[in-house]
Design a protein around this ligand. Structure first.
Ligand code: ATP
Ligand code: MG
Length: 451
């Protein structure tokens, strides 16, 4: 009761949205319509010809202003989903509560949503912590702008006039490199705690600093993330890890106190001394791949993040006398189950993760026909990339990863020869490692410190 009253007072005190937006001409923002994807331009043009308002909105406008190529395009319109559907032959309505329309054009898919009313915790249905459960009422363009999270995400670009419609001073905030929340940050985090993760991710990805008013409440409010459905958290974590700035994002999450206790996965990543080097290496590797426009497999990524958990569970079982093979499979299930409550790793991705883990002990067997069978496995390539990361992190000898590289690329006769030589090579590598361990070279950091 008191909390509700306080909230009412505070939300009244919060600055209300300017009613008249600024109309920013191309001379000031510099985005030409040719910079947009053809599909985004076409969707806006068709809707406008049909008498509707239609703008490119959100991440794409923000990214173009910053000078990043947009990942995808969202369009916001005054047309209803049914009107949008009727205007495009290749389109379909998705979502049940709040319908949006996917319009396909060439190889692109444009997500078209009807202007939505902002639903504050007063008027909307919420859970007991104030999280808004449905966000599904149509509204005006001004309302649509106010319900968005950050000022830089509430910019509407009209390809027809090349004008940006800016309700919340988003263009100025981008110029000042600030990520500012629309409305009162505490209220907005309560409505949707995922906005805390978005703040960190977008700040890191775009090189914007989070406005202190939006940054300060995060530490206190982090606990609210516990009430967010696991599937939503998984999507957001995946976006964060695949942003090309995973290392920066995770360091920032740790600084904001967002990793502790609420996401078991993050506890695992950031608090395992043994696996820390491995995890940072894998994240650096992922960031590099994203920057080079290479694909990143979520299965591979989560396999690396959780590997040391598996190793320690597996070791315990082996020490208790279980056979290695069944013990590994039990350990894998335990680790994945422990994540499941918070993070809904989809079944397909869980399958990929297990395939990669299950291959690891098989790389140790370099005799008889086993190596031939291993390279025929459909996930051999991912498993071998994983093996190489383990070697780079110092968990296993590099000689093993190199051997498999040679084996995979060799002809039949060479392969037999490699199998014959394997025991001698392994012994030589082990001897070298023992000698190194006895005399650590001056100036080299221990693996756990090197991250
Ligand atoms: P990305 O570059 O990751 O796509 P984005 O800002 O475009 O970043 P999306 O998830 O694609 O993120 O969302 C599109 C737009 O929808 C955002 O720009 C923002 O205006 C709005 N939005 C997304 N999530 C939220 C949220 N949790 N609360 C309020 N508005 C949101
Ligand atoms: Mg987007």
């Amino acid at each position: 009761m008191i909390r509700k009253l306080l909230r009412k007072v505070f939300s009244r005190a919060a600055p209300s949205a300017p009613v008249e937006p600024a109309l920013i001409p191309v001379a000031r923002h510099g985005i030409r319509r040719e910079q947009l994807s053809p599909a985004a331009r076409k969707v806006c043009a068709v809707l406008q010809e049909g008498g509707h308002k239609a703008f490119v909105v959100g991440g794409a406008v923000r990214d173009l202003l910053i000078g990043h190529p947009p990942k995808d395009y969202d369009v916001a319109t005054s047309a209803t989903p049914e009107e949008v559907r009727a205007a495009f032959r290749r389109s379909r309505i998705i979502g049940r509560r709040f319908k949006i329309v996917h319009v396909m054009s060439g190889a692109e898919t444009i997500e078209v949503s009807t202007f939505r009313a902002s639903q504050d915790a007063e008027s909307a249905e919420t859970d007991e912590h104030g999280r808004v459960l449905h966000d599904n009422v149509f509204g005006s363009q001004a309302e649509d702008a106010t319900r968005r999270d950050f000022t830089v995400n509430a910019l509407y670009y009209d390809p027809g006039t090349e004008t940006i419609v800016d309700y919340h001073h988003g263009v100025a905030d981008i110029q000042q490199k600030t990520l500012r929340m629309i409305g009162d940050p505490r209220t907005r985090y309560r409505e949707d705690p995922v906005r805390m993760l978005r703040a960190v991710r977008l700040g890191a990805k775009l090189g914007l600093s989070i406005d202190p008013a939006a940054r300060h409440p995060i530490r206190d409010m982090a606990v609210l993330l516990e009430n967010v459905p696991a599937a939503r958290l998984f999507d957001e974590m995946l976006k964060l890890l695949c942003s090309g700035h995973a290392v920066k994002c995770l360091k920032q999450l740790r600084e904001e106190g967002l990793h502790h206790g609420l996401l078991p996965l993050l506890d695992v990543i950031l608090e395992q001394p043994m696996g820390e080097r491995f995890v940072w290496l894998s994240l650096e590797n992922t960031d590099e791949r994203v920057r080079q426009d290479k694909s990143v497999s979520p299965g591979f990524l989560f396999a690396t993040l959780l590997w040391h958990e598996v190793l320690s569970a597996w070791d315990k079982k082996k020490a208790a006398g279980e056979h290695a093979q069944p013990a590994l499979f039990e350990a894998m299930d335990e680790v994945l189950d422990a994540q499941a409550g918070k993070l809904a790793i989809t079944r397909r991705i869980a399958g990929d993760i297990k395939d990669i883990w299950a291959l690891q002990p098989r790389f140790d067997k370099r005799s008889g026909k086993t190596p031939y069978r291993v390279i025929e496995q459909p996930r051999f390539r991912a498993g071998w990339d994983f093996l190489r990361l383990r070697a780079q992190a110092g968990e296993i000898p590099m000689e093993l990863a190199d051997w498999w590289d040679r084996f995979a690329h060799a002809g039949h006769d060479e392969r037999d020869e490699l199998i014959r030589q394997a025991p001698a090579e392994a012994a030589a590598a082990a001897k070298k490692r023992r000698r190194k361990r006895r005399k650590p070279a001056a100036g080299t950091a221990a693996p756990a410190d090197a991250a």
